[in-house]
Design a protein around this ligand. Structure first.
Ligand code: KIV
Ligand code: NA
Length: 265
């Protein structure tokens, strides 16, 4: 099986091949995801919540992401492994370059960072230094203190216009992939249609070029945590971890996930 490359992401989009992505934090899950058709694996800073038990992603450090990237990388042969730059690791271009270099040396093939604004300089700085960057717009969990919670973004006209401009700007700055989190389906559809780079949605409706979910959510491990509308337990229909992954991949590929019940109008 050939490893999935960064250029292959745009080829997939041109070919109408939807990309399936899950978060991962260790080698065991990385292996079963990789073996069952997942295209992209994300060592997300969601690990602060689902692995470490914090109530936000803010406590996560570069050391934490590097450790889990090292673990996950050992289970990957085909998927493209993406690693999050945690809170403030991307505050300046220089800091981001140091952190991103560590994560690539730990086995990631791309780094993800949240936001536009001053982050555009960070994206450009990394991209010019041969570090593939995934942007992340809409609900950006590292903004939770300013936002006051985890809500759908881009509902008002002005916010929607701002998101469309940011999506164009991150691609111009050199991002090669864009995660859209918790935005109305119609807005994600418009952004995807205008975008020069593939979009990956989470709570962003069915029109993105791919879908991502958090590992724990796909397996129904919610505990007492809030369960957002877009989350689906694929273990229930898949019957096993491998079956759940296959069901998720099939539903992403044929466009049946997310349906309206798992999207924001
Ligand atoms: O950290 C994470 O898991 C993420 C995904 C939800 C996109 O950023
Ligand atoms: Na994240």
């Amino acid at each position: 099986r050939k490893p999935l490359t960064v250029p292959a992401l745009s080829e997939a989009r041109r070919g109408g091949h939807k990309l399936a992505m899950l978060t991962v934090y260790d080698a065991g899950f990385a292996r079963v995801f990789d073996d069952n058709g997942i295209d992209l694996l994300l060592v997300g800073d969601s690990l602060g919540m689902v692995v470490q038990g914090h109530d936000s992603t803010l406590p996560v450090t570069v050391d934490d992401i590097a450790y889990h990237t090292t673990c996950a990388a050992r289970g990957v042969t085909r998927a493209l492994l993406v690693a999050d730059l945690p809170f403030q690791a991307d505050a300046t271009p220089e800091r981001a370059l140091d952190a991103a270099t560590r994560l690539l040396q730990a086995g990631a093939g791309m780094v993800k960072l949240e936001g536009a604004g001053h982050k555009l300089d960070v994206i450009r700085f990394l991209a010019e230094r041969e570090i593939p960057v995934c942007a992340h717009l809409g609900l950006t969990p590292q903004s939770v203190l300013r936002l006051g919670g985890y809500q759908v973004q881009g509902r008002e006209d002005e916010a929607a216009r701002g998101l469309r401009a940011d999506a164009a700007a991150v691609a111009d700055a050199g991002a090669t992939l864009l995660v859209l989190e918790c935005v109305p389906s119609s807005l994600a559809q418009a952004i995807t249609a205008e975008s020069s780079i593939p979009t990956i949605g989470i709570g962003a409706g069915p029109h993105c070029d791919g879908q991502v979910l958090v590992l724990h959510d796909v397996l129904g491990l919610h505990g007492s945590h809030r369960r957002p509308k877009f989350v689906k337990d694929f273990l229930a229909e898949g019957g096993s971890v491998a079956g759940a992954v296959q069901a998720f991949v099939a539903a992403v590929r044929d466009g049946s996930f997310p349906d309206e019940a798992h999207s924001y109008a």
